[in-house]
Design a protein around this ligand. Structure first.
Ligand code: DP6
Length: 329
C-alpha cells in the first residue's frame, strides 16, 4: 500500500471540570469525566509521513530534532496508529505551535490531537470522530477533548471504548473568551503527566472526585444555557479543588507563583465590582481568565497592566482538529 503524508491542526483546550488523576495509567482512563472549551489561538500544526526507507521515527518539534521523553511519547503514539493500520514503516513527524514556544501553555492536548488526525490520515485509516478521540486519549488524556469542536465532554469509563469525548455545543453557541495571563514561561518541574500519578496519597482526592461529579451536570447545563454565573462559580471552585489535591499529593505540587495568587485576588475584586469574570488554572502558574465577548477588550487591557503579566493570549471557542494541505515538509 502506498503510504501518504497528511497534516492536521489541533487546538489546545481549557477544562472547566478538570482531568486530574487516572484509574488506568497506561490506557489513560481518567478518574472523572471532564468538560472543556477549545482555544482558537493556541494551536499545533503537525505533518506526518510514513516512509519505508526510514530506520527510525524522526520527530521534529519546533524545529528541533529531539531524542527525549517527548519524542518517545510521539513514537509510542505512532505505534498505536501502525498497529491499527497494520503497517511497519517508520514516520517523519514535524510540528509547530501557534503560541510562543515555552509560553507555559500546555501543548500536549493540541499536539496529540493534531498528531492523531495527521497520522491516521497518512496511514489511510478511516476513523469516525469517536474513534479518533479514543485514540488521541491514549497519547495525552486532554487531547481527546480537542478532537470535536467547541465545548466538549470527555466521559470516564472502565474500558477504553467507553472513555471518549463528544461535543456539548458548537463554537458559535456562546461567545466565551479565555484570556490567558502568561506569568511564567519556563517548564514546570513536575508536568501534568506525572501529577496524575501522585493524586492517590492526597486526603482530599475522594472529596474532590465527589465534587467534580456533582459539578459536571451543572457545568454542562451552564454551557447549554449560556449561564456565566454558574459556569464561573463551578469552574473556579473546581480549579481550587484540583490544586488542593496537587498541593497535598506526595511529593506536594505547588504550581502557583506569587503573580498567580495576585491575579486570583484581582479577578475576584473585579467580580465583586460587578464584572462577570472568573479564573481557572491548569498545572502551571498561568491564569486563564474567563469572560464573555462584551467584557473581553476591557479585561485584556486590565490584565496587561498588572505587574508580572508577560503576555495575554485571547482565545475564543475553537474548531475541532482538522486536516489541511499546508504541509510542513
Ligand atoms: C491540569 O492531558 O496533559 O490540564 O494524559 O498525561 O498527557 P496526560 O495529561 P494531560 O493533563 C491535563 C491536566 C490539566 C487538566 C485538564 O486539562 O483537564
Amino acid at each position: 500500500m502506498a503510504l501518504g503524508k497528511a497534516t492536521a491542526v489541533g487546538c489546545a483546550n481549557i477544562a472547566f471540570i478538570k482531568y486530574w488523576g487516572r484509574r488506568d495509567n497506561s490506557l489513560r482512563l481518567p478518574l472523572n469525566s471532564s468538560i472543556s472549551m477549545n482555544l482558537d489561538r493556541a494551536t499545533t500544526i503537525t505533518t506526518v509521513a510514513f516512509d519505508a526507507a526510514l530506520k527510525a521515527d524522526q520527530v521534529i518539534i519546533e524545529g528541533a530534532d529531539r531524542a527525549d521523553q517527548a519524542t518517545r511519547r510521539v513514537s509510542e503514539h505512532l505505534d498505536r496508529v501502525r498497529a491499527l493500520g497494520r503497517i511497519d514503516a517508520r514516520a517523519r513527524a514535524m510540528s509547530r505551535n501557534s503560541f510562543p514556544t515555552g509560553a507555559g501553555i500546555a501543548s500536549s492536548a493540541s499536539g496529540f490531537a493534531a498528531l492523531t488526525v495527521a497520522a491516521c490520515a497518512a496511514a489511510g485509516l478511516e476513523m469516525d470522530e469517536r474513534a479518533l478521540t479514543i485514540l488521541a486519549r491514549q497519547g495525552s488524556g486532554s487531547a481527546c477533548r480537542s478532537i470535536p469542536s467547541g465545548f466538549v465532554e470527555w466521559h470516564t469509563a472502565d474500558t477504553s471504548e467507553g472513555s471518549y469525548a463528544e461535543q456539548i455545543a458548537p463554537p458559535d453557541h456562546w461567545d466565551l473568551c479565555d484570556l490567558i495571563a502568561v506569568v511564567q514561561t519556563e517548564h514546570k518541574k513536575v508536568g501534568s503527566s506525572k501529577g496524575h500519578e501522585l493524586v492517590g496519597p492526597s486526603p482530599f482526592a475522594s472529596a474532590r472526585l465527589a465534587e467534580a461529579e456533582r459539578a459536571l451536570p451543572l457545568v454542562r447545563e451552564a454551557i447549554r444555557n449560556r449561564d456565566f454565573g454558574t459556569l464561573g462559580e463551578e469552574t473556579e471552585q473546581e480549579a481550587i479543588r484540583m490544586h488542593c489535591v496537587a498541593m497535598t499529593s506526595r511529593p506536594s505540587l505547588l504550581y502557583w507563583s506569587p503573580e498567580t495568587v495576585r491575579i486570583m485576588h484581582t479577578v475576584r475584586g473585579w467580580r465583586e465590582a460587578g464584572l462577570p469574570v472568573c479564573f481557572t488554572i491548569d498545572a502551571g502558574a498561568n491564569v486563564h481568565v474567563l469572560c464573555q465577548e462584551q467584557d473581553a477588550a476591557l479585561l485584556d487591557a486590565r490584565l496587561r497592566d498588572l505587574p508580572g503579566v508577560l503576555d495575554v493570549i485571547a482565545n475564543r471557542p475553537g474548531p475541532g482538529t482538522y486536516l489541511t494541505d499546508a504541509h510542513l515538509f
